[in-house]
Design a binder for this molecule. Sequence first.
Ligand SMILES: [Zn+2]
Length: 349
Amino acid sequence: MDPELVSDLGRRFRQLMTEKRQNHGQMPPDNTHTSSPPPAVSQTQAPQPDALYREVVRLSYVPQRFQRQEVLDKALDTLDLGKIYAWADEFEAQDAQLGHQDCVIKGLLKYFKTEFFTWANEPKCSKCGGETQMQGVQGPNEEEQSKGAGRTEIYRCEGDASHIERFPRYDDPGTLLEWRKGRCGEWANCFTLCCLALGSRARWVWNAEDHVWTGVYSETLKRWVHCDSCEQAFDQPQIYAVGWGKKMSYCLAFSSEGAQDVTRRYVRRSEQSLPRTRGSEESLRRAIRDINDRCRAPAGRAKLAEEDEAEERELSAYQAEPARTVPGEERPRESGSTAWKEARGEMGK
Ligand SMILES: [Zn+2]
């Protein structure tokens, strides 16, 4: 596509998205730029919050990373919109069940996996190009911290023991638009941002067994759709339990609109589940209730509560019916080295 046309497309799209966000009140009021969570929700007359409650409330602040206007703008400036929309048109011609926006997300998934982002195992030595070995994890240095790294992995060159490679793990999705590599944390972080930038409602989905992915609301399918950018997976929620053979306990979804326990979308049979021992089910429900009270503006509450009920019916149905799979759900994990997948119990059956 003509570069000038693409840049014009980006400009008009940004303006449209800004208006849309303002009209829907999607930007949070005053905590837009805070990256660290404010103090815990006040607990008048409520039972003492346990570790699970505190963890879930802490996770509920992650979507604030995606709610900064300048980072959403940067995403639109960085992505190759011409390419994503051309692929979206192709996907749309292939599948009459999906809406245009679903196909835009499929185009974004393809772009992420085939062009934009790179999976990172151990980094190669920048001096000799040889293999490196992990030595441990440190706090980030000043520069890494200023760009939003939470920690830095340290690797030693196998050929020259005096040479050290640092691999900062960035949490800031704005930095990740330039850095463009990492493991599932970086992928899900940056992909969730890009879904929002392209005008979808998106959730960041956290799994207690060390995985994260994205959920996108489909206006056509009228439900939340599983998206895993590392695997270029669209609407294949059983890929972990069936394809990877991964056992899971909690899958929790977070957005600027609140939190939801979505485990039943991903874990549909008892033999796929791990025991939920991080706290009581009551404290999980209470945490979600408190988060939703905090995040949801009074005007939008009734509609979101209706959506919660519809989602509850959907999730209950997965437990009631025999677990069928859709094409692609039974495939093994693509991202990550064999040793790494073995260590995580994700090699499939
Ligand atoms: Zn080296």
